[in-house]
Design a protein around this ligand. Structure first.
Ligand code: NCD
Ligand code: ZN
Length: 346
């Protein structure tokens, strides 16, 4: 018997589209299934002002395939020079849906990020006042902290102090990877949400390192021990409103992934919905997939859920291209390492 499931069209609350030929190549992969996505601002140079965000949104819309319906939800990159008034105006006009905090040096193109949190106090207070969410890349950059501990240490040293100092600030813990992240997300009220990626529900650190180094599984925050993956699966499939999908699909050309110093990022835009159906079925939670991909995130961002639907069916083996051939070079699609039987009809 064919199993099938129809859900409202999903949204991706954390996506990297890049720019130029890469944007052109990867955007159709997201627009095929997703109605909207929160667009990460870590371009070179980053998307810092409302003017930058408006221009980037126009480039995204211009790169959409003929007939595609997709709405980019723009974000601004928080720097120590960010102007609270610019942010407030960008929010009031409806252009900007969130502000992104990268601790300086934490990940790809994050050198313009924040070093001294006192310097962004005024911006955070303005954001709390107007209800504009702060999306947080939650890793400390202190070289003395082990890379596998950087998320848990960030929560104690940075995130909790920021939240205590800024009552009312709405925060999304982006791409959480640990049981500590899950627990902290649960400790908050409706001012605290957390995204989980597709790949962190599937791989643990052994997949990256055991039996040979697999650069296409390397991303930041890096995948952790199995107990953390299990905590993430339980959270994502729990139905709790605070947890929602943010794929963190982060394309890099193969030449820069398969490299002596490979870039961080897994590219999952192409197969995320099939993989999530697989994961939710394994967890006996197919009835909660819609909340995770189509309802919880929209509610956190105070958006109406999408009107359209997608249908997932379970049939013969699902196939997708091993690589997306972009004008910037080939980008390898995330390989879950097991057969998947879920297909998306739109
Ligand atoms: C992202 C990228 O490549 O821009 N990489 C990643 O591993 N997730 C940056 C980020 O979100 O950390
Ligand atoms: Zn990201």
């Amino acid at each position: 018997m064919t199993q099938s499931l129809t859900i409202r069209r999903p949204d991706d609350f954390h996506l990297h589209l890049r720019d130029g030929a890469m944007l052109q190549g990867v955007l159709p992969e997201t627009a095929r299934h997703f109605a909207r996505a929160i667009i990460m601002p870590n371009l070179v140079p980053p998307v810092v002002t409302a003017k930058d965000a408006a221009a980037y949104r126009d480039r995204i819309l211009a790169a959409l395939p003929e007939g595609a319906r997709f709405e980019p939800l723009m974000t601004l990159y928080l720097t120590e020079g960010t102007d609270p008034a610019d942010i407030a105006a960008a929010h009031a006009s409806g252009l900007v849906k969130a502000v992104k905090l990268y601790p300086a040096g934490a990940t790809t193109n994050s050198h313009s990020g924040v070093r001294d949190f006192d310097k962004v106090r005024g911006v955070l207070e303005k954001m709390a006042e107007i209800g504009l969410p702060l999306c947080v890349h939650g890793e400390v950059t202190d070289p003395a902290v082990d890379i596998f501990d950087r998320e848990a240490v960030f929560i104690d040293r940075v995130l909790d102090p920021i939240r205590r100092a800024t009552p009312g600030l709405r925060v999304v813990m982006e791409h959480i990877t640990t049981e500590e992240g899950v627990a902290y997300a649960r400790s908050g009220g409706d001012d605290l949400g957390a995204t989980i990626t597709t790949h962190h529900l599937i791989i643990n650190r052994n997949h990256i390192l055991a039996g040979g180094i697999r650069p296409h599984y390397y991303c930041l925050p890096v995948a952790k021990r199995e107990k953390h993956r299990l905590a993430l699966r339980a959270a994502a499939t729990s139905g709790e409103a605070r947890f929602f999908l943010g794929t963190d699909s982060a394309p890099h050309v193969d030449a820069l992934k398969e490299h002596a110093c490979g870039c961080a990022g897994c590219f999952t835009a192409t197969n995320t919905m099939a993989l999530l159906a697989h994961v939710f079925e394994e967890e006996g939670a197919l009835d909660r997939l819609e909340a995770y991909v189509s309802l919880n995130g929209a509610a956190f961002y105070r958006l109406l859920p999408n009107e359209g639907t997608i249908t997932l069916t379970k049939a013969g083996p699902a196939e997708w291209p091993a690589k997306i051939l972009t004008g910037a070079g080939p980008v390898t699609v995330f390989d879950p390492g097991f057969p998947v039987h879920w297909h998306v009809e739109t």
